[in-house]
Write a protein that binds this ligand. Structure first.
Ligand SMILES: [Mn+2]
Length: 253
């Protein structure tokens, strides 16, 4: 059929302050033509978290797009764009006192033909849905997730801990950063979700799947995920970016 051709991408993204916060330190961005998508969750006093996430989103998308058509592999372009986002946030934090110590998470997807690449730093996540089943792609760089991976805490203990948003890797808090990169193959109908912890503290992979599957459009699904977080109290900002992969050409005949 259309094997080997590029898939058409549908994208919808929403961000919401949530029910408690009075500012939104989350951010998202994308360039559909270059097929790069990103969600960031900033942190830092005053407005620094917003500056961190906005700076990282812009730096990542711009750097990735600038490398379009270059010899570098897509992995390399994604990796370098994440390092550049780190550089720009870090530099800004060094230049201005009120921004000192700011940082942000980053989870990014790029599409290369039928390949999906995910890069992440921190505890914002990527999920993958196929055939009604949802799986988490990324591993949180958080204190609790690391305790669970080491076996020194079980999931129930981690969920009950007050240390929910302590992250162990961030963009912009140090001169260098080590992102994780994941790759996979895409099929028509697949859905990818990039999201901040403002959603994932209220929805596991199963709940994400059932919420998305209960909707008829991608836009509805994105709103339903935000609404779910708000129904549960949304103590944090919530951001969802949904991608759906469709046949390259809408059947015109
Ligand atoms: Mn958050």
């Amino acid at each position: 059929m259309d094997l080997g051709t590029e898939l058409k991408i549908d994208v919808v993204a929403l961000t919401d302050m949530g029910c408690v916060r009075t500012n939104n330190e989350d951010g998202f961005g994308y360039d559909l033509e270059s097929r790069i998508f990103v969600v960031c969750d900033g942190m830092g006093g005053m407005a620094a978290g917003e500056v961190a996430s906005a700076t990282a989103v812009k730096a990542l998308v711009e750097t990735f797009c600038q490398a379009n058509g270059m010899e570098a592999s897509t992995e390399d372009r994604l990796y370098r764009a994440i390092l550049e986002a780190n550089q720009q946030v870090y530099q800004l934090s060094q230049e201005r006192d009120e921004l000192r110590g700011m940082g942000t998470t980053l989870v990014s997807a790029c599409i290369d033909g039928r390949r999906l690449l995910i890069g992440n730093v921190g505890d914002s996540r990527a999920y993958f849905l196929r055939g009604g089943v949802c799986a988490q792609i990324t591993h949180d760089h958080s204190f609790l997730a690391e305790q669970v991976r080491k076996g020194s805490m079980n999931i129930e203990e981690a969920q009950a801990s007050p240390l929910q948003s302590v992250i162990t890797r961030a963009i912009g808090t140090a001169e260098s950063v080590e992102p994780d990169i994941f790759t996979g193959d895409l099929e028509v109908g697949d859905i990818v979700l990039l999201t901040s912890d403002g959603l994932t503290r209220y929805a596991d992979a199963k709940a994400i799947a059932s919420t998305i599957l209960s909707c008829t459009t991608l836009a509805e699904a994105c709103q339903a995920l935000i609404d779910r977080a708000k129904q549960y109290g949304a103590v944090d900002n919530v951001t969802c970016l949904l991608l759906q992969f469709l046949p390259a050409e809408d059947a015109a005949a």
